[in-house]
Design a protein around this ligand. Structure first.
Ligand code: NAD
Length: 370
């Protein structure tokens, strides 16, 4: 990068820190983006190859997600370069060395992301006394186990459905990615009377227009089995989940799964984004033009970070669910009302909402723009 400040804009990043500890084989980057709302919360991604720019974009996404959710936290992110599947003792050494390196970066609170988990957060808490997404044994709320993000997605669907004239009872739901996010979204929606008509994992799609049993599928996946090996239902390729006739389509797997070249295949009324950046901007525009309401990721999938924030403040699981329910419902309504009024795609409306909150927080700071 020739210009070290080429990522800088009115919001941040406040700091980009490069960490190198050869003795621990540690190379890492921390981006503290914007801390107007409070110390930055954002995950640690462990991956062989992530650019500074990507780390910054992930940190910025956290700035907007946390501001939109009304949390007392700014946005940050970090990357540890390496294979997350290395031997446990080496990984522990690397993570502890990373924690030591951010000891004095008090406005960054790390959490889990791809390649790190609650045990890693336990090591960090042990080193420096601050981390979120902790093991229950040291005061954590097990957010993936309780389905915090899936719970928030179900609340989002329950508000967004009114914008497309849909009843939840009997609504047909398709979920791409039956993992921590997707399976719990399906579970909470089924509890509200919706029907899971298709679910997919990386190996394939399982479909049944008459409805799949969410509990049975969760038990099946818990045994480490693929959905396509389930005894009942229609077995289709993984990509076929896009064509499923449904009312609600939930991406909960990978980025960029809906693009200009495949978004036309969607046969649904509502898309609620569980995964991070599952749709390209072109796909979001096309959905908007076709009258498919799409709730952006940083509004719909904030349940996990809300839970982490409540954990950090010593709150209970019940408090986390209450906060998720209230915030995600309110934000979904605000964003979709704004989008309907202005005609802009929901993501633009959501960015405007988060930007207003962020700028209001920035006005309370000592170093503020006029
Ligand atoms: P996970 O690893 O538990 O589950 C991912 C699932 O997606 C797995 O079942 C996997 O088989 C499936 N998958 C992978 N590739 C696929 C493909 N091509 N087609 C269909 N399925 C495929 O991960 P997760 O924690 O559920 O996260 C899913 C997404 O949600 C990620 O984008 C993540 O960043 C985002 N997210 C997670 C949380 C959280 O609380 N865990 C919060 C916000 C956002």
């Amino acid at each position: 990068m020739d210009n070290l400040f080429e990522l800088a804009d009115a919001y941040g990043p406040a700091r980009i820190i490069h960490i190198h500890n050869p003795a621990a084989d540690l190379r890492a980057i921390v981006v503290v983006d914007n801390v107007a709302c409070g110390p930055a919360v954002g995950g640690i991604r462990m991956a062989p190859d992530v650019s500074v720019e990507e780390c910054f974009r992930l940190a910025r996404a956290m700035t907007f997600k946390n501001a939109a959710a009304g949390l007392p936290h700014g946005g940050g992110k970090s990357v540890i370069f390496g294979d997350p599947k290395i031997a446990a003792d080496r990984k522990e050494q690397m993570i502890r060395a990373f924690a030591d390196a951010i000891r004095d970066t008090l406005d960054y609170i790390p959490g889990p992301d791809m390649g790190t988990d609650e045990l890693c957060m336990g090591w960090i808490k042990d080193e420096i006394g601050r981390a979120v997404g902790l093991p229950a044994a040291v005061g954590g709320i097990p957010l993936d186990e309780i389905g915090a993000t899936g719970f928030g997605l179900a609340a989002c669907v329950d508000v967004a459905r009114k914008f497309v004239g849909l009843e939840l009872k009997g609504a047909r739901v398709a979920v791409q990615g039956f993992g921590a996010v997707g399976k719990h979204a399906a579970r909470f929606l089924a509890e509200k009377g919706a029907l899971l008509v298709a679910a997919s994992d990386s190996a394939g799609t399982l479909a049944d227009p008459g409805g799949l049993d969410v509990g049975e599928l969760m038990a099946w996946k818990a045994q480490g089995r693929a959905l396509r090996d389930f005894s009942r239902g229609q077995k289709l390729p993984a990509d076929a989940i896009i064509d499923i006739a449904c009312d609600v389509w939930i991406p909960a797997a990978r980025p960029d799964v809906l693009r200009a070249d495949n978004v036309g295949r969607l046969n649904t009324k509502l898309v609620v984004q569980g995964a991070n950046i599952p749709c390209t901007p072109e796909a979001e525009r096309t959905m908007h033009e076709r009258g498919i309401v799409s709730v952006p990721d940083f509004i719909a999938n904030a349940g996990g970070v809300i839970c982490a924030s409540i954990e950090y403040r010593g709150g209970t699981q019940r408090a986390a669910f209450d906060y998720i329910d209230e915030r995600i419902r309110a934000n979904t309504r605000l964003v979709l009302e704004r989008s309907r009024k202005s005609g802009e795609v929901p993501r633009q409306a959501a960015l405007a909402l988060a930007g207003e909150r962020l700028r209001a927080a920035m006005q309370t700071r000592r170093w503020r723009a006029a």
